[in-house]
Design a protein around this ligand. Structure first.
Ligand SMILES: [Zn+2]
Length: 278
């Protein structure tokens, strides 16, 4: 039994060593294959209208340009040229499957960000590692389930400062079946405070990043321009089917971005499958 534990420790160490220099200062937590212990934290930056939420969500458009585009309407209640383009397609999309596909491709979709304290790891400056984790719908649902179950039992939920519980995260590397790997979570049983003292807990809570500070938003004018370009591209695409391949090559230049987008598009594909099932 003992050798098994040591092997795990070594694996963790190896993952840690490998992750050095790869976005160590990033505000996002992107676990490499391995086993981690984390604590989910309450998001302290909700605006008034979302104060009843538990886990923050941020809305993005994809496929308008390389990477993701912050939605101005869903996140800030402002005019969003991409949402406008989506609305314009809604009517014709009922009769034209191609238009429907284009519409689904660019419509805003939510991404949940769970604030986490990564146990046993520290930032390069020695302070606790507190980040936002872009969670999948599966992980999001599991955490909400746990919170509801605790509510039913009238117990403190897993995020509670003193009586919460840690979560074991297992990230399995890419396999033939799952080309972006797989993440499994197990909620631990033993109650444990976030940190030993209230002061330390406050330091950790104060370190939770704001989602909107991670993703730079484009201006309305910039989005207008992107939508115009996208509309031209969408027309070209009908003429030449090789365009899609070119885009993929473009994306290869930014591996991290591509990986994140792929993870997200994975979710999006699930959505589309759901749509088809109806
Ligand atoms: Zn939008």
């Amino acid at each position: 039994m003992k050798s098994k534990v040591n092997r795990q420790k070594l694996q963790e160490k190896l993952d840690k060593l490998r992750s050095v220099g790869q976005g160590g200062s990033s505000k996002l937590w992107t676990p490499k294959p391995g086993i981690y212990t984390i604590r989910a934290l309450e998001y302290p930056h909700f605006s008034k209208e979302y104060e009843d939420d538990i886990i923050p969500e941020f809305w993005f458009h994809y496929n308008i340009t390389k990477g993701s585009t912050v939605c101005l309407e869903k996140n800030f209640g402002e005019r969003c040229p991409v949402c406008e383009a989506v609305e314009k397609m809604r009517e014709p999309a009922r009769e034209d499957k191609d238009i429907w596909r284009q519409m689904v491709n660019i419509q805003a979709s939510p991404q949940a960000f769970l604030p986490v304290l990564v146990r046993d790891e520290t930032e390069t400056d020695g302070t606790p590692m507190v980040k936002l984790w872009r969670i999948s719908k599966t992980v999001h649902a599991e955490i909400i389930e746990q919170i509801l179950a605790a509510e039913e039992e009238e117990e403190d939920n897993l995020m509670n400062r003193k009586n919460g519980v840690d979560i074991k995260v297992t990230k399995i590397g890419p396999t033939a079946q799952k080309k972006f790997g797989e993440v499994n979570i197990t909620v631990k049983k033993k109650q444990k405070p976030i940190a030993d003292s209230e002061a330390e807990i406050d330091v950790i809570i104060a370190k939770i990043p704001k989602v909107e500070e991670i993703y730079a938003r484009k201006t309305e004018a910039e989005l207008d321009e992107l939508v115009t370009k996208w509309a031209e591209g969408a027309t070209d695409e009908e003429k030449s089917s090789s365009k899609e391949d070119d885009d993929d090559d473009e994306k290869d230049k930014d591996v991290d971005e591509k990986l994140l987008d792929n993870l997200l598009n994975d979710d999006k594909e699930d959505d589309e499958e759901d749509e088809d099932e109806k």
